[in-house]
Design a protein around this ligand. Structure first.
Ligand SMILES: Nc1ncnc2c1ncn2[C@@H]1O[C@H](COP(=O)(O)OP(=O)(O)OP(=O)(O)O)[C@@H](O)[C@H]1O
Ligand SMILES: [Mg+2]
Length: 172
């Protein structure tokens, strides 16, 4: 099974992804976290590191889909925390994985700009940086998420992770 956490930068994907992983692994040790930043780091070694342009993001998204397919086919559960901006690839996820649960983390743009954990929104809004999703690159909202969470306020992260796992049918 694959649980996919979608949201803009700073929406809480990595934070919630780690919490979901931790609880899921108690039930099923054959569970891994695939985080967007990690995948970029791993593949940076080769000759074609994915950049943050639309084409680079597409390349990274396709790699991640293949990686998750490969793991899923071997019976490994995957928590995937990725800024997924391609609606056709989200659709492919649903068709590809043995079981797919999509969670949209949406704190709202005002919160993301105020939070700005990596300082990227300030740079992008000042015109000092290009290719920022939600600023100059469009973010098509997920059309059919199985669950949407307003991550705009500090919350009980373990509690949210439990809700995700229980809604996805992992915890009963
Ligand atoms: N309800 C919440 N759920 C998740 N994270 C939250 C919540 N409230 C506040 N945060 C905070 O939001 C910040 C951004 O989270 P995180 O780094 O996980 O985002 P991200 O989506 O992984 O971003 P990026 O795409 O840039 O890697 C963290 O400091 C986290 O503690
Ligand atoms: Mg992250």
């Amino acid at each position: 099974m694959v649980i996919w956490l979608i949201g803009l930068s700073g929406s809480g994907k990595t934070t919630l992804g780690r919490a979901v992983l931790q609880q899921w692994q108690v039930r099923a040790p054959n569970t891994v976290l695939v985080d967007g930043d990690e995948v970029r780091r791993i593949f940076r070694q080769d000759n074609s590191p994915a950049d943050y342009t639309l084409a680079g993001r597409r390349q990274n998204a396709e790699r991640i889909l293949e990686l998750c397919r490969w793991l899923d086919q071997q019976g490994i559960n995957v928590v995937c925390s990725i800024l997924s901006i391609f609606p056709d690839l989200r659709e492919q996820n649903r068709q590809t994985f043995s079981d797919y649960y999509e969670v949209y983390l949406n704190p709202g743009m005002d919160v993301l700009i105020a939070r700005d954990t990596k300082g990227l929104y300030a740079k992008a809004l000042a015109g000092e940086m290009k290719d920022m999703v939600g600023v100059d690159l469009p973010f098509p909202e997920p059309e059919h998420p199985d669950m949407t969470i307003d991550t705009g306020k500090p919350a009980d992260i373990a509690g949210l992770a439990r809700d995700i796992l229980s809604n996805a049918g992992v915890l009963r």
